[in-house]
Design a protein around this ligand. Structure first.
Ligand code: PGA
Length: 256
């Protein structure tokens, strides 16, 4: 099966309004030299989404949001709903560990969000992963299995092929520490196995599974050359245009 790989830049809350516009322009400008066999998504902050959308117009870069609320509407001061995002983005990160931590977002709320996004034709990028303590006490498999099982219980066969699962060990995010590529790939293989058990091999083959946590231009290749790894979710390194483009190149070609 022909696979389209995926690179997502998660800009978090790191840059000013103008800084994000500048970064979007730089990435767009550097991109034409890059292979087309890859979806490239950037996720700026809410206030700048509309302006970045203008910048990206006519190019290959896609726009995503970093988070959205799990309720359709209501008295949720400061929150943003899926329908409010629908005309702006084609992708949305769901259940990033920083949001799970901040809002106490549960697996059920993550699943509800993914469901609403799929209804609106927005691709959810659902983050799963273990804490450092869970990793050190070797309960990674149990933790990731529970998160993925919750997702699979509420997702249909058709919608699953439109969804992305990002394995992000929480201890690897922003820390410069990473699991061995083989270790990360084995967890990602487990995710695909869970999908196959719930549905079948065809769906498991189609779902895109990506790795996130301290990915850089130096480390990306060793992860994306592992079997079953469809791409990367990049935080810090996505703020440096040349590094981000290099990561895109590595992912697109699957080589170092
Ligand atoms: P990092 O962030 O690449 O800076 O570790 C990844 C993420 O939080 O998605």
């Amino acid at each position: 099966m022909e696979r389209t790989r995926l690179v997502i830049g998660n800009w978090k809350m790191e840059l000013s309004y103008g800084g994000q516009l500048e970064l979007a322009r730089s990435i767009k400008q550097l991109l034409p030299s890059v292979s087309k066999n890859v979806d490239i998504v950037i996720c700026p902050s809410y206030p700048v989404l509309a302006a970045v959308r203008e910048v990206l117009h006519g190019g290959v870069l896609a726009l995503g949001a970093q988070h959205v609320h799990w309720e359709e509407r209501g008295a949720w001061t400061g929150e943003v709903s899926v329908s409010q995002l629908a005309s702006l983005v084609a992708w949305c990160i769901v259940g990033h560990s920083e949001q799970r931590h901040l809002t106490g977002m549960t697996d059920e709320q993550v699943c509800a969000t993914a469901h609403l996004l799929l209804q609106q034709g927005i691709t959810p990028v659902v983050c799963v992963g273990e804490t450092r303590e869970e990793h050190d006490t070797e309960v990674t498999i149990g933790k990731v299995t529970a998160q993925v099982a919750a997702l699979l219980r509420t997702t249909t066969r058709t919608s699953l092929s439109k969804l992305v699962i990002a394995y992000e060990p929480i201890w690897a995010i922003g820390s410069g520490e990473m699991p061995d590529p083989e270790e990360a790939a084995s967890v990602m293989l487990l995710i695909r196995k869970l999908v196959a058990e719930q549905f079948d091999n065809e769906v498991a083959e189609r779902v895109r599974v990506i790795y996130g946590g301290s990915v850089s231009a130096r480390t990306a290749a060793s992860y994306v050359t592992e079997p079953g790894v469809d791409g990367v979710l990049v935080g810090g390194a996505s703020l440096k245009p040349r590094d981000f483009i290099e990561i895109v190149r590595l992912v697109a070609t699957g080589t170092s």
